[in-house]
Design a protein around this ligand. Structure first.
Ligand SMILES: *Cc1c(COP(=O)(O)O)cnc(C)c1O
Length: 379
């Protein structure tokens, strides 16, 4: 099955009782047993719920994996991955990271005796410099947030395999439409389904997909034991969102390209970060491992003044000033004061997250209106 067919059909069955074409929302906590231990496969909704089950199967299929698991949020999905580790274990993570992931690693899991190394993965020699026999997990985010760096998943997977590590990739920015990390050698794919998968800014959810049975058992054990599952209503919303993922991603990518080129030529713009430019340092890898370049674009302003950036994000009218990304509507954000507040100034500036940096999640509106909006806000 090809992608556009899978998003609509994979893992889904018409309701056997009524023929309902849409997966019913099984808003139930428990299931009647005809005698002790005799049930129809469902005993309790933390463990298994038919609506969530359908979504988990669909997600597994669109990531070319075998097993899917959905969580109450993207953070809960990451939390599950780290909980597979033990005190003393080490993790190597990309340096330019979603702020919430950085916070989870450093303020929660370091207390439990897990050590995190943050390295630039532009050059895999930095991974090789810190990897050792205690390293159990490599955590990659690509494209990175908000600097849009591209990490070569296949190259990292070779190091990971050579050292018996698990490679997990946060695929939130690219989505399975643009990039399939499992095909590139990753062991686990993670998503904040809150973003493009849901796609309509109406749900918070996370997901993991893998193909290895032992890993899947461990994920389901933690999902059921810790209990950070998503509700059936949310599972329904994400199932519905995914049905148009391919259409939305095409338009996000087209609009992202137009907006990136407009900003590149604008006299007030200094740095521009979008992997589709041939001048982007990792453009070749992006071309190799992604089907398109998506709708996330970051840029900084000449003079690098915080006030100027705050002025732009205030003046836009169609772009909404908000955290998050990946919805049909265009959003604008200021990483330093919004998403990346948890990362110390010297850490973030090393990776390029400067005071005037602005991040756009380019939506699927008519792009002429988006350009006009940015034009008036910049001038
Ligand atoms: C939003 C986001 C997360 C966290 O997901 P939530 O659903 O907000 O918990 C993790 N990684 C990336 C790249 C994100 O954008």
């Amino acid at each position: 099955m090809k992608f556009g067919t899978k998003v609509i059909h994979a893992g889904l069955e018409y309701d056997s009782k009524t023929g309902a074409i849409m997966t019913p929302i099984y808003q139930t906590s428990t299931y009647v047993q005809s005698e002790v231990g005799k049930h129809k496969g469902y005993a309790y909704s933390r463990t298994l719920n038919p609506t969530r089950d359908a979504l988990e199967k669909n997600l597994a299929a669109i990531e070319n994996g075998k097993y899917g698991a959905c969580f109450a949020s993207g953070m809960a999905a990451i939390d599950c991955v780290i909980k597979m580790l033990e005190p003393g274990d080490e993790v190597i993570s990309s340096a330019d990271l979603y702020g919430g992931s950085y916070r989870l690693f450093t303020t929660i899991f370091e207390q439990y005796g897990i050590k995190f190394h943050f390295v630039s993965m532009n050059d895999t020699s930095e991974i090789e410099a810190v990897i050792n026999e205690k390293t159990k997990l490599i955590w990659v985010e690509t494209p990175t947030n908000p600097m849009m760096n591209i990490i070569d998943i296949n190259a990292v997977s070779k190091i990971s395999k050579d050292n018996n590590c698990i490679l997990a990739v946060d695929n939130t920015f690219a989505t399975p439409y643009l990039q399939n990390p499992l095909d590139l050698g990753a062991d686990i794919v993670m998503h904040s389904a809150t973003k493009y998968l849901g796609g309509h800014s109406d749900v918070v959810m996370g997901a993991l997909v893998c193909s290895n049975e032992d890993l899947a058992k461990e994920i389901y054990r933690i999902q059921n034991s810790c209990g950070a599952v998503c509700g059936p209503q949310d599972a329904f919303l994400v199932l519905r969102g995914i049905k148009t993922l391919h259409l939305r991603m095409q338009r996000h990518s087209e609009n992202g390209k137009v907006v990136a080129h407009f900003l590149k030529n604008h006299p007030k713009v200094d740095g521009i970060y979008w992997p589709g430019f041939e001048t982007h340092p990792n453009h070749d890898i992006a071309k190799k491992q992604m089907k398109g370049f998506g709708g996330m674009v970051s840029f900084s302003l000449k003079g690098n003044k915080l006030e100027d950036a705050l002025d732009v994000v205030k003046k836009v009218k169609i772009f909404a000033l908000a955290e998050s990304l990946g919805g049909v509507e265009s959003l604008i954000g200021h990483p330093v004061t919004m998403t990346h507040g948890a990362i110390p100034k010297e850490e973030r500036e090393k990776t390029g997250v400067v005071d005037s940096l602005i991040r756009l999640s380019v939506g699927v509106e008519d792009v002429e209106d988006l350009i006009a909006d940015l034009e008036q806000a910049l001038n």
